[in-house]
Unconditional design. Structure first.
Length: 202
């Protein structure tokens, strides 16, 4: 059987979305997928990260992740998992730039039929994380992608149907709890089953 190629792409400042992305990467690799792992370009990241203790903790580790140079790098993947911090109930600017950069491929429907999952970190459960996840899902649907929702059987912390959300606290320093890691692993197992079946249909 063909091994699915999955892209995990993220933007992170205070490291929470990065830590989620890392869990996705590791879980999907453990299941047998070939995973490409990219951070999005953020011209202000180095300076912004120095301003917050939560950001400084993982700054060098985040900068060591390969930066996505062009959206063409994800076109041949079977699935895309895209992570963004929640900013005012929406995606961050670097994530929006990435989504908009795919406009020419939207015309060609180059991502149509591929699988998609979104994830986000937000300060509180009332911080708009579910709305951010909906924005990610809306982008994927406009690209013709097949959004993989979070079913009720996913283990760990209760999650929105639209994707996985981590609540990081007012200072963005509350890292992933065991139940959230369990939810990511459980969701990745569910999603991988769908991706693997879809990529190996005759």
């Amino acid at each position: 059987m063909k091994k699915p190629v999955i892209a995990v792409v993220f933007h992170s400042v205070c490291a929470n979305t990065y830590l989620m992305a890392r869990e996705y990467r590791d879980a999907l690799r453990h299941m047998g997928a070939e995973v490409v792992f990219y951070r999005l370009h953020d011209p202000g990241y180095a300076a912004t990260a120095d301003a917050f203790p939560a950001s400084r903790e993982y700054k060098s580790e985040i900068l060591s992740v390969e930066e996505l140079k062009t959206p063409a790098q994800v076109l041949d993947c079977d699935a895309l998992f895209l992570g963004s911090p929640t900013y005012f109930g929406n995606v961050s600017a670097p994530v929006k730039v990435f989504m908009d950069s795919l406009v020419d491929y939207w015309v060609e429907a180059r991502l149509a039929g591929k699988f998609f999952g979104g994830f986000t970190s937000a300060g509180t459960p009332q911080g708009g994380g579910d709305i951010c996840l909906q924005a990610l899902a809306h982008f994927a649907m406009h690209m013709g992608m097949c959004v993989i929702p979070v079913p009720s059987v996913v283990a760990g912390t209760v999650q929105p149907a639209y994707g996985i959300c981590h609540w990081s606290g007012d200072q963005s320093d509350q890292r992933l709890a065991p139940g959230e890691k369990e939810a990511i692993a459980s969701y990745c197992a569910f999603a991988y089953g769908i991706i693997n079946r879809g990529g190996n249909q005759a």
